[in-house]
Design a protein around this ligand. Sequence first.
Ligand SMILES: *Cc1c(COP(=O)(O)O)cnc(C)c1O
Length: 480
Amino acid sequence: MRSHLLNDTTTERYRASVTEGVERVAARIATTSRPFTGVTADTLSPRVEAVDLDTPLHDTVAALDELDELYLRDAVYFHHPRHLAHLNCPVVIPAVLGEAVLSAVNSSLDTWDRSAGGTLIERRLIDWTTERVGLGPAADGVFTSGGTQSNLQALLLAREEARTDSPARLRVLVSEAGHLSVQKAAKTLGLGQDAVVVIPTDRDKRMQIVALARELARLDEQGLVPMAVVATAGTTDFGSIDPLPQIADLCARYGTWMHVDAAYGGGLLASRTRRHLLDGIEHADSVTVDHHKSFFQPVSSSALLVRDAAALRHATYHAADLDPRRAAQERVPDQVDKSLQTSRRFDALKLWMTLRVMGADALGDLFDEVCALATRGFDLIGADPRFAVMAEPQLSTLVFCYIPEAICDPAAIDRANLYARKALFASGDAVVAGTKVGERQFLKFTLLNPETSAADIAAVLDLIAGHAEQYLGENLDRAC
Ligand SMILES: *Cc1c(COP(=O)(O)O)cnc(C)c1O
């Protein structure tokens, strides 16, 4: 079946096949009236199981028909204005085009001889980003598959830079609103169980500087080594941005690596009105940016940036078949010695096409729009006696809960909120997220879609209240 290989003899098939796929997706997106159909795994699973993978259809149209049944019809659609749930964005068309190009050419960004211009494009984008962060002339970085991986690599570099012979003494400090990938990275790096020191947050869900200073002093007294402070620029739940300048001061005082996890808040780098919220990020030793969160790029696209290019050597291993040492001597621009991955997607092309077609301002404007929408939503929820909202948004999330009129026991209120979220998901009318704050159950809007309006938010609040009221009505005896 050589005719399925993409080469000079099959370009017509390539065109027809990809166009057919694009048509299907376009038709779905044009007619999707809800973010989700509410399909359950129990319904879909037998259909997927029933496919005989050893009996091909030998027909693109038939395979797409089948895919429509199994996936496209019931997928969760982030472009829909009532998808308010996760840090997954609607995507911009130039980035989708980039995705199609990069997979067809199939460059791999480990070495120059697998990518050529792709490597140079990635390097330009790294420079473009480090310049926007303000990391200085020695900065460098590399694209990764996501924020989790960027954070892992940052902490690997920090560990290697930490001056100690006793790994058991290493500590990483992060706020209680920081991302779970920090804990995961500590575990992957073989740090001890107590390696992650969690710093409390203030009312606005920002790391408490007094508490950070106290912990650093305590570690110092106990002979422990604070190998990194992870400041979060845009916490996943609250969008809160830790006080970066004060954290930088403390890191300088203790000689600690400052990592800024801007997986979510990184979109502010393109903002014309909110860039100042990231002030202090220029002091970081390393920064995580997730383009697939706030740059409206398809998954996956992320970058790890470092102040000092030399720090990336900790990700280098000189194997005979790749031999970056010889490459370095011959000044061949190989990226593999900067990355934890070997074969690596040319994800940078998506951002490149986005910047070349739309420009950074247009991208930043989109993120600004959802941040402004969050403020509208905050006012809406604040004025609604059926709800209580946790914190004023710094970016584009809102954490809130439904509170019934009658005085109820807190556990019943928690159950009503949980029920409302699940019932909403099952209806497919809207998708909202949930989170726990302390022991209590909350609901969360993560607004990343500029097409979402204040009217959408108001309508979804009505839907939530309706489901919660129904739950409490049916369970009144037990609930209140
Ligand atoms: C989403 C997120 C991550 C993880 O990023 P992935 O791309 O999902 O791996 C890390 N940190 C923060 C603050 C995030 O919001």
